[in-house]
Design a protein around this ligand. Structure first.
Ligand SMILES: Cc1cc2nc3c(=O)[nH]c(=O)nc-3n(C[C@H](O)[C@H](O)[C@H](O)COP(=O)(O)OP(=O)(O)OC[C@H]3O[C@@H](n4cnc5c(N)ncnc54)[C@H](O)[C@@H]3O)c2cc1C
Length: 384
């Protein structure tokens, strides 16, 4: 049993970009008794290890809306946060090989255009004309979002965190939340390695550890960690810059420009759930094969470094966002697969409204914690 020496209005568990964006939105609305508790250092987990892709080309309308609002924030990020998150709006190209996937792409484009997302439908010849280094022989076509691109997720998180700090938010780094305390259906606060903090509101934005943190509140949420690996080449001038984010959806391979080199990633369907982030040379061979198939010139590139990070994945590839049952005052935003960085500005805004106003204009029903009993299969098909 602990005695409360420290108190807050809101405790945010996790100092990744979700935590930083949520703290910022709470503080700019005047809620300054906010403490972010981060077990390591800010933005060093999934956020700092992300590939930084930003796109509005999703299949689920709610995901399109989350990213659409975020793109507007990223466009004015430098002015608003006095931080250059290096948003490069050089486009995002999706490639389809099979008829089935191509038909899915075309159906997605309908939804995207209804929501005013600019997206071009390209034939293999048009793709070859614009990006001559791509092998288009086995392609049915592609879709290109000219407003999309990529950015530096670490700088974006630090932009939100520094703005939150300036508004009075406290950030306790190297402090782990070890328990969530509740009584009579209400949240009381958290126990941490730095001592207990009483608070009527606790937010679980613990990324890949979101399932573990939910357990602390007696909840079993289907969010699991999976390793994802990224590799960067040495300076490579054979591919003209800028290189957009290029996503070869069927082998789940992607690449984009990264400084003078190229950044490449791929999802491994055989990867079991774990917290491992070690680098796997065997997998690098598979990735290189996919890379050379799509852009044969990459055979001449040298890999200079790579890393593993964690996705947080739910059964339908969509996140869980909103209030949680059992205890009033408990909220979460976890399970974002490979698109949490780009959706964080909107999620931070929406969570702050739920906490401060008890409601938000954003329809969160596709992200409800209890949807998994009723649905099966993937509700977002454009996930790598
Ligand atoms: C290789 C890779 C590529 C990706 N590419 C993209 C991309 O192109 N575009 C995109 O939008 N997204 C991408 N993502 C996904 C994106 O990185 C995540 O969805 C996003 O960063 C999630 O942010 P977060 O703040 O929820 O989680 P995190 O950044 O993981 O932050 C959670 C924090 O919680 C802390 N924490 C956990 N448990 C506790 C505890 N008990 N007490 C205190 N602190 C705790 C952790 O230390 C961590 O810092 C990628 C991810 C990876 C790994």
């Amino acid at each position: 049993m602990s005695t409360w020496k420290d108190s807050a209005d809101v405790v945010i568990i996790g100092g990744g970009i979700m935590g930083a964006a949520t703290a910022y939105h709470l503080a700019r609305r005047g809620c300054t008794g906010v403490v972010i508790v981060e077990k390591d250092l800010l933005a060093q987990a999934s956020t700092g290890l992300s590939a930084g892709g930003i796109r509005q080309q999703f299949s689920h309308p709610s995901n399109i809306r989350l990213s659409q609002e975020a793109v507007r924030v990223f466009e004015r990020f430098k002015e608003e946060f006095d931080t250059d998150m290096e948003f490069r709006q050089v486009g995002y190209l999706f490639l389809a090989q099979s008829d089935d996937v191509w038909q899915e792409f075309l159906a997605n484009v309908e939804i995207q255009r209804q929501l005013n997302v600019p997206v071009d439908v390209l034939s293999p010849d048009e793709i070859k004309r614009r990006w001559p280094y791509l092998n288009v022989e086995d392609l049915r076509g592609g879709t290109f979002g000219p407003e999309d691109g990529y950015a530096d997720p670490y700088m974006a998180a630090m932009g939100f965190a520094n703005a939150a700090r300036r508004l009075g938010v406290r950030i306790d780094e190297q402090t782990k939340v070890t328990a969530i305390r509740q009584e009579g259906g209400k949240i009381l606060g958290v126990e941490t390695t730095g001592g207990p903090i009483s608070a009527p509101v606790v937010v679980n934005v613990a990324g890949p550890w979101g399932g573990e943190v939910a357990h602390m509140a007696g909840l079993d949420l289907p969010v699991k960690p999976y390793r994802r690996q990224v590799f960067v080449t040495q300076a490579f001038e054979r591919i003209p810059k800028p290189v957009p984010m290029i996503l070869d959806i069927e082998p789940a391979f992607y690449f984009r420009g990264e400084g003078p080199g190229v950044l490449m990633g791929m999802s491994d369907p055989d990867e079991p759930s774990s917290f491992h982030t070690n680098f796997d040379y065997g997998f690098m061979e598979k990735l290189i094969e996919a890379a050379i198939h799509r852009a044969p010139i990459l055979e001449e590139a040298e890999i200079s470094r790579g890393w593993g990070g964690l996705y947080a994945i739910t059964p339908d590839d969509n996140p869980i966002i909103g209030p949680l049952p059992n205890a009033e005052g408990l909220f979460c935003a976890i399970g974002f697969s490979g698109h949490g960085f780009q959706q964080s500005p909107t999620v931070g805004r929406v969570l702050s409204e739920l906490i401060l106003d008890g409601e938000t204009d954003f329809d969160l029903s596709p992200y409800a914690h209890d949807r998994f009993d009723q649905t099966t299969g993937k509700s977002e098909t454009r996930v790598v």
